[in-house]
Design a protein around this ligand. Structure first.
Ligand SMILES: OC[C@H]1O[C@H](O)[C@H](O)[C@@H]1O
Length: 285
């Protein structure tokens, strides 16, 4: 099994379960509201741990009670936390509305969306996974110079993400719908980019490489109760395949299989249990 450096967020997700599909302008009823660990770094790292990999997490947690509860959970799960940073700023949860179709709507605080990665530990790993919105120029270039990198395609068009593979949800990146998607991705990922992987929910994953675009079917699933983090689980499965040096198409199939296991709540891949927090964590920003 491999050693993966995961560079991404650990959040407290506040999950609101709705009793009907989300529609603008309606009066909504909710069932329970729960707080659980989340964030792209946490979700991908948890699936990688379930797959038997060693996971070192480069993330930041608050020193407050919610941050301490997250840290305790991460430790119990087996994350390597030696490079976790702390901040005295309070934890501000993300609100996630999950409707009766399992569809999720994420409402992120402005402070979360503005985070920027400014430094990374110079540790050795077999591969790094990067899922951050913004990074100080040079930090990710230095990482890519010393290890293989799989990264999420950044939402900001000005960001560069040196990587072997870029992964994204097609819905977030309409720019990559055309025939020149791979050439365009190389402007962001650099000359070392081998593949751009675009997920489309239950639709076929688009694998864009120098030789062209391939649609890779996603196995059918029963209606999932909660689609939150499906893309993060896909990334874990893809990395699992990529580490084993399987062809990109087989790594995509591995990604879809692991996303399916998380969505189905298979043993070892269940959602994290609620955090033992009595506070309602009122947004403070
Ligand atoms: O990808 C899902 C994650 O995105 C948001 O960052 C939430 O924390 C959630 O867990």
């Amino acid at each position: 099994m491999g050693h993966v450096l995961v560079v991404g967020s650990v959040n407290v997700d506040r999950i609101w379960r709705l009793t009907a599909p989300l529609r603008s302008g309606e009066r909504l009823t909710r069932e329970e509201v729960t707080l659980r660990p989340g964030g792209g770094g946490f979700n991908t790292g948890a699936a990688l741990l379930a797959l038997g990999h060693r996971v070192t997490l480069a993330a930041t947690l608050s020193t407050d009670a919610a941050g301490a509860a997250c840290r305790a959970r991460l430790e119990a799960m087996g994350f390597d936390l030696r490079h976790l940073r702390t901040t005295d700023a309070p934890t501000v949860p993300l609100d996630i509305l999950v409707d009766t179709n399992g569809e999720r709507t994420i409402i992120a605080p402005a402070t979360t969306e503005a985070r920027r990665l400014t430094a990374l530990p110079a540790i050795e790993a077999d591969i790094a996974y990067v899922n951050v919105r913004r990074a100080t120029p040079g930090v990710l270039e230095a990482l890519a110079a010393r290890t293989r990198v799989v990264a999420q395609l950044p939402l900001e068009r000005t960001e560069r993400r040196p990587a072997q593979v870029l992964i994204a949800s097609a819905a977030d990146h309409a720019l990559f719908a055309g025939a020149d998607a791979f050439a365009h991705a190389r402007e962001i990922g650099g000359e070392g980019l081998a593949a751009l992987v675009l997920t489309q929910g239950a639709g076929p994953v688009q694998l864009c490489e120098a030789q062209g675009r391939t649609g890779v079917a996603v196995p059918p699933l029963d209606a999932p109760a909660d689609t939150t983090g499906a893309g993060d689980a896909f990334a874990a499965g893809f990395i699992d395949g990529w580490l084993a040096d399987v062809p990109a198409q087989a790594a995509v199939q591995r990604g879809s299989a692991i996303a399916g296991r998380v969505l189905a709540g298979d043993a070892g891949f269940q959602r994290p249990a609620p955090l033992p927090l009595t506070t309602a964590l009122i947004a403070a920003d």
